[in-house]
Design a protein around this ligand. Structure first.
Ligand code: GDP
Length: 370
């Protein structure tokens, strides 16, 4: 492109190189857009014509700039969180950017939690989790974007809490924000055409999709940022599909003696170092194979079977897979040991355990979700 062109839908700078980045427009569409004088990026085009929302991500700096603009607005902020990866969903400092604005927390992917789980408890638990990072949500709504569960509740709550103001929907990538937005659009507009309007800030890089509400205000979808410690960065998209649960998780409980190890595929490892024999419940994708070994044999076992018996990573990717880094936890009360983006193990009795995660990915201890 010789001159800078901007999407008249979202204001993103048009580019024809990278479909995953904002402002992407296929070259053919660009020509047509220029001819007709209606140049939309692919994301806005699809939203206009198919009511289909696609994800976009921005850099950390752009994300901060975007949060900054939101902090100056008088609006309701809706923060979408992945229930399966709450830790990886948190936006650092969101409470500061929210300022005096109300924050509504949406726990998405409720369909992956075992059906036996009491949702009122999960709601209470999620409230505590976000309070721990400084958020004071006006409400917490549990939904499934995929199954369209409780989308009407969410819309009703948004309507109640927004006090006739605009609504900004924020979230890091992969929490399912686009999926939830698509359900909202479907429910709120009944598939009317032309749901987006021209950005209020043409030519800026705010890259927001504005969906008109009944009273002249807007529901605004914002781009996400990639959390760098997500499992998404060490696994290929295909492997990620395997570890990201697509269906209700069937927890598996192991009775472990001290000095036993569980391998979570080849992606992570859990050592029960010391304590009384007890049960450990694993919450991972049903497609992730768990292997039990003796702790003293574990290093050797991993070296021998990574990419083979222990997948993901696949055989091709095993060579470049980051080394597992060990974090020790002294469990005093029942706790979840979380392998960020992969799942968690509930430890019920006091003892010493270690979580091994690929370098760059986090492991944390938290109050049990279930
Ligand atoms: P975004 O980056 O936050 O916009 O996330 P996407 O909407 O692209 O979703 C990320 C991944 O999570 C995709 O693989 C979706 O299929 C999946 N996903 C989104 N919503 C749900 C949900 O409610 N349940 C389940 N199980 N998966 C979901």
């Amino acid at each position: 492109l010789t001159e800078d062109l901007y999407c008249i839908g979202c204001g993103a700078k048009i580019q024809t190189d990278d479909p995953t980045e904002r402002g992407y427009t296929p070259a053919a569409a660009l020509r047509k857009g220029l001819e007709s004088g209606q140049l939309y990026c692919q994301r806005c085009f699809r939203l206009r014509h198919y009511n289909q929302m696609e994800k976009v991500s921005v850099t950390d700096d752009e994300f901060l700039a975007m949060l900054n603009t939101i902090s100056m607005e008088d609006a309701l902020i809706v923060n979408v969180i992945d229930l399966f990866d709450v830790y990886g969903s948190m936006i650092p400092g969101l409470h500061r950017f929210a300022g005096n604005n109300k924050v509504l927390v949406v726990g998405n992917k409720v369909d992956v939690l075992p059906k036996s789980v009491k949702l009122s408890r999960v709601k209470q638990w999620l409230t505590e989790q976000v309070q721990a990072v400084g958020l004071r949500p006006v409400d917490v709504v549990l939904v499934s974007g995929k199954k369209a569960t409780s989308i009407d509740d969410l819309l009703e709550t948004i309507e109640e809490e927004r006090d006739g103001k605009d609504v900004y929907v924020v979230g890091v990538t992969n929490v399912g924000k686009s999926t939830v937005m698509n359900q909202i659009i479907r429910a709120a507009t009944g598939n009317k055409e032309d749901v987006i309007t021209t950005s209020q800030f043409p030519g800026t890089t705010l890259d927001q999709i504005r969906i008109p509400l009944d009273d002249g205000h807007f529901l605004i979808d914002t781009p996400g940022i990639i959390h760098h410690h997500q499992m998404a960065h060490v696994l290929s998209p295909k492997e990620l599909k395997l570890v990201a649960p697509q269906h209700e998780i069937k927890p598996i409980t192991y009775q472990l003696n001290p000095e036993q190890t569980l391998f979570l595929g080849g992606a992570s490892r859990f050592d029960f170092i010391s304590g009384e024999r007890s049960s450990f419940t694993c919450y991972f994708s049903n497609d992730l194979k768990i292997h039990r070994t003796k702790l003293e044999k574990a290093d050797e076992f991993y070296a021998k079977h990574l990419g083979g018996l222990l997948q993901p990573p696949s055989a091709e990717d095993a060579e470049n897979f980051p080394p597992l880094v060990r974090r020790e936890f002294n469990v005093k009360v029942p706790s979840d040991i979380v392998f960020s983006g992969l799942g968690w193990i509930t430890v019920r009795k006091p003892g010493k355990v270690a979580a091994w995660v690929p370098q760059g990915v986090d492991a944390v201890m938290r109050k049990p979700i279930i």
